[in-house]
Design a protein around this ligand. Structure first.
Ligand code: SAH
Length: 344
């Protein structure tokens, strides 16, 4: 099936014209879609709905399970129109809600600590399937007077491995006819597909770039992240520099602390040597242990000790708040346990 939410507003107008309908129907449809409604819930003539439903999915993304953490974080399992499942997280901050969305069903990057990649890549999500995760959750949040203000592309999938769809999603998200979330309020996280970082720098979208570094040497990185065999840390740093020059946006490195792997003093020193003087920030993450993987998280004490070393060395760094750890906060964990349950 096709996805109506894939279309930009002008594409929606063209479709309506091709269907022989009046132009203002595009506006009515768009208003409904942006409120998170399915085609059949939108207040337009039934004949138009019937025409659309011949080729377009009525509700491309549907929440089928909600888990609520003791810290208020909500985790959703969404089913797609074709029966695939993806997941997302909603976090509450002082400024409002931040939503973590998926860009692919599964992932083919193979990072050793990540649950999303356990079954490989199933398929890319379309722009409208990425957007619909936000429209659906925003509609829910609006009921209690809130709104999704920030978006992070840190759910399942590698956004730069689904480049064209992610770019179209970002443009549709930011459009005044969309829900008007500017790319400045979106963080795109990548495992480091270097040529695509250069392409992203040329899009004219000031999206926040986040790179999953996790190790300080190419050899160490290649042990947990297969992509490191293709692109070196120095190539990543060069691409990030270019991103900064073109967009003026500071970039962020994610560094997941894994016990016995990357959180000793020597690693802190190597990280300082790599990053000192760059316009970047380091986000230290305590590993969410994934039962299928044998890796252990650093303790809080180790994490704050590592932070202290980085700060003393002149880096800007923070330890990421642990959110939703009790509900399988790491990407892919909920989907993995759902699929496992289904197979029993
Ligand atoms: N593919 C992208 C985005 C998805 S993952 C990327 O690699 O950046 C979002 C972030 O969560 C990445 O930094 C990823 O390395 C990290 N992550 C994945 N599994 C994790 C886990 N079990 N514990 C902590 N962080 C994890």
């Amino acid at each position: 099936m096709k996805i109506l939410q894939d279309l930009s507003y002008s594409e929606l107008e063209n479709l309506i014209e091709q269907l022989g309908e009046k132009k203002f129907r595009a506006q009515q449809l768009n208003t409904g879609l942006m409120q998170g409604k399915s085609i059949s819930q939108i207040n337009v003539p039934v004949t138009l709905k019937a025409k659309l439903l011949e080729s377009y999915a009525d509700e491309p993304v549907k929440i089928i399970r909600t888990l609520t953490s003791s810290d208020g974080t909500e985790k959703y399992l969404f089913s797609l129109w074709d029966g695939n499942v993806i997941e997302g997280v909603l976090m509450k901050y002082e400024y409002g809600y931040s939503q973590c969305v998926s860009t692919q069903v599964g992932c083919r990057m193979g990072c050793k600590f990540c649950a999303s990649t356990l079954g490989g890549l199933v398929r890319n999500l379309s722009p409208g399937e990425i957007l619909s995760q936000i429209l659906t959750v925003n509609a829910k949040v609006k009921e209690s007077g809130g709104a999704v203000k920030k978006v992070v592309l840190m759910g399942s999938g590698e956004p730069l491995d689904n480049y064209d769809n992610v770019i179209k999603f970002l443009r549709n998200l930011a459009a005044p006819t969309g829900i008007n979330i500017s790319p400045r309020n979106v963080s795109l996280s990548t495992c480091g597909i270097v040529p695509k970082i250069y392409s992203l720098a040329d899009e004219g979208l000031d999206v926040n770039l986040t790179v999953s570094l996790h190790q300080t040497t190419d050899e160490g990185r290649a042990r947990t992240m297969p992509i490191a065999k293709k692109y070196s840390i120095s190539e990543i740093l060069e691409a990030c520099n270019c991103y900064f020059k073109k967009t003026g946006r500071r970039y962020i490195f994610e560094y997941t602390l894994i016990d016995g792997e990357n959180c000793d003093r020597e690693h802190a020193e190597q990280l300082i040597a790599l990053l000192k003087g760059r316009c970047c920030h380091v986000n230290l993450i305590r590993l969410n242990e994934v039962k299928e993987r044998k890796l252990l998280s650093a303790t809080d004490k180790q994490a704050y000790r590592f932070l202290g070393w980085l700060e003393k060395g002149g880096l800007s760094a923070t330890v990421r708040r642990r959110m939703g750890a009790d509900i399988g906060g790491a990407c892919g964990q909920l989907r993995a346990s759902f699929l496992e349950g289904e197979q029993c």
